[in-house]
Design a protein around this ligand. Structure first.
Ligand SMILES: [Ca+2]
Length: 125
């Protein structure tokens, strides 16, 4: 059913979380990771050729994340691109709508806060 695993990248240490989700709405899943320094890194899926997947270069699409505030990717807007939802240290529910651009700082250009009172809430994963 599955072809043998293959190495598609190096240096995948130091990530707090890695998600495999469609970030640009083209169908194939891309890779979104949170680095230990709080950087949100996105890698576009460039496709599979002869059984070999290829990821694009890393784009730094956000910062300020940490082990107690990790984003959960899910399509909030219904456009096929994964958006982010999280809870910050002040108990606010935050949403970041995906602009679909694999460029530094341009994928999640805005953050919306949805009130306090979300302390202690855990997302189902
Ligand atoms: Ca994609």
């Amino acid at each position: 059913m599955f072809a043998a695993g293959q190495r598609v990248g190096e240096g995948w240490t130091g990530y707090l979380a890695v998600h495999v989700v469609d970030l640009d709405g083209d169908g194939p899943a891309d890779v979104l990771g949170v680095l230990a320094d709080g950087t949100l890194a996105a890698f576009r899926n460039l496709g599979v050729t002869n059984g070999h997947a290829t990821l694009g270069p890393r784009a730094s699409v956000g910062h300020g994340w940490n082990p107690t505030m990790l984003p959960v990717p899910t399509d909030l807007s219904g456009d096929g691109r994964a958006d982010l939802i999280s809870i910050d240290g002040e108990g606010r529910l935050l949403t970041n709508i995906n602009a679909g651009r694999f460029a530094n700082g341009l994928m999640f250009p805005t953050t919306a806060a949805h009130g306090p009172g979300w302390q202690g809430t855990l997302f189902l994963r």
